[in-house]
Write a protein that binds this ligand. Structure first.
Ligand code: XUL
Ligand code: CO
Length: 438
């Protein structure tokens, strides 16, 4: 078997003092943290589209990275070489999961029947690789945003013919997800949105999207898919208004259409910040609705303001993320690196450095979250902050047994309330720094 990344050895944990750029400094897969190994806490996944396909094309220039893996692009030889290279890459890093769109795996043919036949062939090939390794499929999805037919969306398209193509792609992607034993199936509504109300019937489009999702659930359950369906919220880009703007919007949509039993959310850090939220906000909103399913692990750049899909580097952000994930009891999905190297980082070695960066950043986040939880002062502060509700009257509010009249009477008797206790944000930020850096 050809070795694609000859210049890179197996990546091992060497500890914080190591000077080896091809070693983990913090991700120690067997280390026990809060009763589980790091590897159990952090089921990392490779995103096929970035790692195996994307060459660094942007609006102003062609690709800088070579992802041909010695084959002519858009051929089945190339598709198979990507599988070989991808599995070698994951094995060298100890990555146990991968995620894909249909068109990441094979080139799209003019005739969908040919594309489907190629998908059958490549999934057989992938299955063979999976049997020889302990690598699994985290989730699959259909790309319903790149092909020009999806210019007006997929479920939200004005064209019934295009809607049928969306159904066909979802059906096939679900077949392949089940064949590969995927844990989840993702809907990212890439072009499910609109530019102007002058040409758009919003109610019509939302109803059609829900119908498409219901048909997907019915079909998926019918062929034995027991995993979670996910919505991956994103507020904009490519569309100006996207229907799955953020976690709260997606949850409201799922509940309104009785889809909330089959769906959870796949929260992407960069999508959260595009929506004007923090990553942890989106995780918390999902978790308190029992819908935190999976994570697309990346980070954005607040100075740029688009979906830069950078590898996670900000350890405060991974710390806050891991606090949320641990408090939610973990993920049913995983941490998919929906992230790409910067355009000038174009070598195959850079791909390894990027994953080492991301995996170490999440390992640090996990270790920090453990420290914060074990310290306990932060949770204690939050509990104390609401302690006025411990009183008998507060308990009546919490158990929904109070009335507006009695609470109003109490206010009138007091004449003026005392000011609430201080939020102490600066003190808590200093506390977090003390816990992390002492
Ligand atoms: C786009 C994005 C997608 C989804 C899968 O912003 O995040 O790659 O993760 O379609
Ligand atoms: Co994503």
């Amino acid at each position: 078997m050809k070795e694609y990344f000859q210049e890179v050895p197996q990546i091992k944990y060497e500890g914080a003092q190591s000077k080896n750029p091809f070693a983990f400094k913090f991700y120690d897969k067997d280390k026990i943290v809060l009763g589980k190994t790091m590897q159990e806490h952090l089921p990392f996944a490779l995103a096929w589209w970035h790692a195996m396909c994307a060459e660094g094309v942007d609006m102003f220039g062609r690709g800088t990275a070579d992802k041909s893996f010695g084959q002519k692009p858009a051929t089945m030889e190339h598709a198979r070489a990507k599988v070989d290279a991808g599995f070698e890459f994951m094995q060298k890093l100890g990555i146990k999961y991968f995620c894909w769109h249909d068109v990441d795996l094979v080139p799209e043919a003019q005739d969908i029947n040919q594309t489907n036949a190629m998908l059958d062939e490549i999934s057989d090939y992938i299955l063979g690789k999976m049997k020889d390794t302990d690598i699994k499929c985290l989730w699959g999805t259909a790309n319903m945003f790149s092909n020009p037919r999806f210019m007006n969306g997929a479920g939200s398209s004005n064209s019934l013919d295009v809607y049928c193509f969306a159904c066909a792609q979802i059906k096939k992607a679900l077949d392949i997800t089940v064949k590969l034993g995927g844990k989840g199936y993702v809907f990212w509504g890439g072009r499910e949105g609109y530019e102007t109300l002058l040409n758009t019937d919003v109610a019509f489009e939302l109803e059609n999207i829900a119908t498409l999702m219901k048909m997907a659930v019915d079909y998926g359950r019918g062929i034995g898919f027991e995993g979670d369906f996910y919505i991956e919220p994103k507020p904009k880009e490519p569309m100006k208004h996207q229907y799955d703007f953020d976690a709260a919007t997606a949850i409201g949509f799922l509940k309104a259409h009785n889809l909330d039993k089959d769906f959870k959310l796949n929260i992407e850090a960069n999508h959260a910040t595009l929506a004007g939220h923090t990553f942890e906000h989106e995780l918390r909103i999902s978790a308190i609705n029992n819908m935190l399913g999976s994570i697309d692990a990346n980070q954005g750049d607040l100075l740029l303001g688009w979906d830069t899909d950078e590898f996670p580097w900000d350890v405060y952000q991974t710390t806050m993320c891991m606090l949320e994930v641990i408090q939610a009891g973990g993920l049913s999905g995983g941490f998919n690196f929906d992230a790409k190297t910067r355009r000038p980082s174009y070598t195959h070695k850079d791909m390894f450095h990027a994953f080492i960066l991301g995996m170490d950043a999440f390992a640090l986040g996990l270790l920090n979250a453990e420290k914060i939880i074990k310290d306990g002062r932060l949770q204690q502060f939050v509990k104390q902050r609401y302690s006025s509700f411990d009183s008998p009257l507060g308990q009546r509010v919490l158990s929904h047994n109070a009335t507006l009249e009695e609470l109003s009477l109490r206010a009138c008797q007091m004449k003026q309330p005392e000011l609430p206790s201080s939020g102490s944000q600066e003190s808590l930020q200093a506390l977090v720094n003390q816990i992390l850096f002492s």
